[in-house]
Structure formats: structure tokens, C-alpha cells
Design a protein around this ligand. Structure first.
Ligand SMILES: Cc1ncc(COP(=O)(O)O)c(C=O)c1O
Length: 453
């Protein structure tokens, strides 16, 4: 993957020594939006973060040092390759130059390990015995199971039921690393039981899994909730991606006109995009930052900017964010990591201010893009990452049609080797309809409008 034939970047790019905290540099990002933990949840919850992580999440420092032990872990697989997708360019006949940052090269197969390792380190240092979390397609659960194995922490993972059924190998991978994995909604929590009572066939969602995980964490006993995305500290940890990419593009003498990444709750997008946002501010040379979400869960492009909870039952504190409503259960699309009702507060604020862009893609277009990329580049993208690819292909075709060259960088956030069942469905014409999923979004939006949100 890294030889000259594939266009991997040369140059002495090293693992960053600091994470980049964009929140500290956003003039106008007002205090109550920056401190969402002060907004109470319906029932109130015990704080979950160790002081070390809490300090990061409210820090006014633009750069926060990465502990030497965490950096040493990162050095096992970072810097990840920056690759030029020559074959995809040729296939599309585009004058666009397409690069991807390959987070699929991490031991867990996705970007999620960047935060999992950091969180496991801090929780362990704080004397915590174990963690509990929710996962969608299982990329976060996999990464956290590896990090917990490395730091000798127990782990329970509530995995969204539809993904648990679509991607059975994910459960094995997490169990192999010592985690206990339960399909969510489950009968092990009141949250799960209440949701199953209302809908025994509920496919689950990240906000439901999060309600269950929070409930377990409330029971105390040395177990804490760990978030896989959305919170400031998770976005922060992911910025190693963008910092490396800024340096790798510079080493190639390239300027990224556009940076594209899939958006679940926002850590993947923030991870690659925020360092480019900083570079643009410093150099005055613009880079368009585009978040790509599914049409079945389009919080930025269709949602409302409002105070909302992070979990389905409304037990977590509220944040101001673009949301489809915390009770919204998206259709069981195969990009399970993108089935979250809201976008990270800081990403939401930047979107409202016009600092970033967003587009939505349907799942058929996404899988077509995933297959096109796989055949051209010999790397199977996760369905989440294929959302970014779908938009990149759109832009590359537009560049061909208008004759306008453009340099596009996207984050290949994970590989799809555990998603072959989903690709199989696509290849055999069995993928679920986009129209039905989009109709459910319309219903959610009209519920919000009726409720006056
Ligand atoms: C491979 C992959 N890419 C992107 C995402 C979206 O992540 P985020 O919530 O960090 O935006 C996920 C989420 O699970 C994922 O697994």
C-alpha cells in the first residue's frame, strides 16, 4: 500500500506530539454551547469523565500534549499512509487529483483506535476498573476492546441490534479481545426493556445503545461510560489524522482544495478536517470541508439546530446541536456508524456559521461508490467511508465535466472486511430501499415540527 506505485507520500512526517483543540480557536463559540455538561439531563447522571479528560474537553488551549505512552502506542501504526488514488482518477477520467488518508491501516481497521487508546490510558490512570459503551457497526467497540485489552480494563459493549445481526464477525472480534458484547436494545437494562416493550422488533440505534451503556455506568462499581464520538475530547484525539495529512500534503507540494469525510457524530470528520480549518485560517488559502451523512440520517442537511439529548431516553445532558430528535431510530442501513441522531455540538456550530459544508448520500449510491473504489484501488472501504467516496466521485465527475482541476483529500476511515455481508446484499440487488428510509426521516421531521422544535 505504501510503495511508489500507489503514490504514498515520501518525507519525514512524524506522529504529532499534540492534539489540536479547535474549540479554543473558534471566536464566538459561546460559553453555554461550549459547556454542554452544564445542561441537565432528564434524570441527571453521575459524571463519567476522569478529570484529565474533562479538562481536555473544556480546555482553552489550542494544543494539548499527547502523553508519551499514548504517542508510543500511536507509533505502532501511525503516521498512517496518505495515498494518491491514481487508478480511481484514471477510471473516472477526471482532472481531479484524489488523495486518501488511510485510517484502515490501524490495528482495529479504523480511525476509532486513536481515541480508544487515549481514553483507555486516562481511565486506567484514574483507577477505573472497566468501561461500558455503545457501538454501531462495531468499529468503535472493536477499537475499544483492543485498547481495554492493552490497558487491562473490563469492557461491556452494547452493539446496535441490526449491526449485530448484519456483521456477526464483529462480535467475535470484540469477544476475542475480552469484551462482553450484547445486542441493543437488550433485556439487561431498563432502557432496553422499555424500548423493547414499545417495539419488540426495534433495530436499535447508537442513541439507544448509549442509553443502555449509561444506565450500567450509573450503577457505579468502578465502571464508567466511554464515548466513541461526538464529545469534544473524542474529536480532539482524532486530530492526529488531519495534522499528519496537512504535513503529508505539504511534503508532496499539494494543497487540498476539498477535504471530505463521513459523519456519524463527528469525530471522524473533525479528525481530518479541523487541522485543515486551522491551516486555511493561517494561510488564507481556502480548503472546503465537507461532511457526508446518509440520507436516512441527515442531521446536518435536514435536522434542526436545537438543544437535545445524546441518548434515546433523554438521560444525558442536553447540547445545542443539529438533530433529528433523540428518539429518532434511523432505518437499519449498513453504515451503522452513521446512524446517530445528532452531530457533535462544535461541528453543528461550525455548520451553522458556514465554516463547513455537508451533503447527504443514499445507500445505493454509497455502495456503488464503495465497489468502484475497491475495484480501482484494491481496498474495500467500510460503508461509512464509502459515503465520503460517493461525494468524492461526484466531485471528480463534476471536475471532468467542467474541466476544472481540483485536489480532493478524503478520510478512508475504515476498511470493509467485516462488512462483506452488506456488500453481498448490494451485489445481489438485495439492498434495502432508500425511499423507505427517507420517508422515515420526513416523519421524524414532521414530529419535531409538531412539537415546535
Ligand atoms: C469506519 C467509520 N467511519 C466513520 C464513522 C463515523 O464516525 P464519527 O462518529 O466519528 O463521525 C464510523 C463510526 O462508527 C466508522 O465506523
Amino acid at each position: 500500500m505504501t510503495g511508489p506505485a500507489t503514490g504514498a507520500a515520501p518525507g519525514p512526517v512524524t506522529v504529532p506530539t499534540h492534539w489540536y483543540n479547535v474549540v479554543a480557536e473558534l471566536a464566538g463559540y459561546v460559553a453555554e454551547e461550549r459547556r454542554p455538561a452544564l445542561q441537565p439531563g432528564r434524570h441527571g447522571i453521575r459524571p463519567q469523565l476522569p478529570l484529565s479528560i474533562y479538562r481536555q474537553s473544556v480546555s482553552d488551549e489550542p494544543f494539548i500534549e499527547i502523553p508519551a505512552a499514548v504517542r508510543a502506542e500511536y507509533e505502532r501504526w501511525r503516521p498512517t499512509p496518505l495515498v494518491r488514488a491514481h487508478r480511481l482518477e484514471r477510471l473516472l477520467g477526471t482532472p481531479a487529483r484524489i488523495y486518501y488518508k488511510c485510517e484502515a491501516a490501524s490495528p482495529s481497521g479504523s480511525h476509532k483506535l486513536n481515541s480508544a487508546i487515549a481514553q483507555a490510558y486516562y481511565y486506567k490512570k484514574a483507577g477505573i476498573r472497566g468501561l461500558v459503551t455503545g457501538t454501531g457497526a462495531g468499529q468503535w467497540g472493536t477499537a475499544l476492546s483492543m485498547a481495554c485489552a492493552a490497558y487491562d480494563l473490563e469492557l461491556t459493549v452494547y452493539m446496535v441490534r441490526c449491526s449485530y445481526e448484519q456483521k456477526p464477525q464483529r462480535r467475535v472480534l470484540m469477544e476475542l479481545n475480552g469484551a462482553r458484547v450484547l445486542p441493543s436494545p437488550s433485556t439487561t437494562t431498563e432502557a432496553g426493556r422499555s424500548i423493547l416493550a414499545a417495539d419488540p422488533d426495534c433495530p436499535g440505534s447508537l442513541s439507544v445503545a448509549s442509553s443502555e451503556a449509561h444506565e450500567i455506568a450509573q450503577e457505579g462499581d468502578g465502571i464508567r461510560y466511554s464515548a466513541g464520538s461526538g464529545d469534544n475530547h473524542v474529536l480532539l484525539h482524532q486530530t492526529v489524522i488531519g495534522q499528519e495529512a496537512v504535513a503529508q500534503m505539504a511534503a508532496l507540494g499539494e494543497h487540498a482544495d476539498t477535504v471530505v469525510a463521513a459523519l456519524g457524530a463527528g469525530s471522524n470528520f473533525a479528525g481530518i478536517a479541523m487541522p485543515f480549518h486551522r491551516q486555511s485560517r493561517l494561510t488564507g488559502r481556502p480548503t472546503r470541508l465537507v461532511a457526508v451523512e446518509p440520507t436516512s440520517c441527515p442531521k446536518l442537511t435536514r435536522g434542526v439546530y436545537a438543544w437535545d439529548h445524546h441518548d434515546a431516553l433523554g438521560n444525558t445532558p442536553m447540547s445545542k446541536m443539529y438533530t433529528l430528535g433523540h428518539t429518532f431510530i434511523p432505518s437499519p442501513i449498513h453504515a451503522g456508524g452513521l446512524r446517530y441522531h445528532g452531530a457533535a455540538p462544535v461541528i453543528s456550530w461550525m455548520y451553522r456559521e458556514g465554516l463547513i459544508d455537508a451533503v447527504a448520500c443514499g445507500q445505493h449510491q454509497v455502495f456503488e461508490a464503495g465497489v468502484t473504489f475497491a475495484r480501482a484501488e484494491q481496498l474495500i472501504p467500510a460503508p461509512e467511508s464509502a459515503h465520503a467516496i460517493a461525494h468524492v466521485i461526484d466531485r471528480a465527475i463534476r471536475a471532468r465535466e467542467t474541466g476544472t482541476p481540483e485536489t480532493i483529500l478524503f478520510n478512508l476511515s475504515g476498511h470493509g472486511l467485516m462488512d462483506l455481508g452488506s456488500y453481498d446484499k448490494y451485489l445481489n440487488g438485495l439492498l434495502e430501499s432508500d425511499a423507505a428510509a427517507e420517508a422515515e426521516v420526513e416523519q421524524a421531521l414532521s414530529r419535531l415540527a409538531t412539537a415546535g422544535v
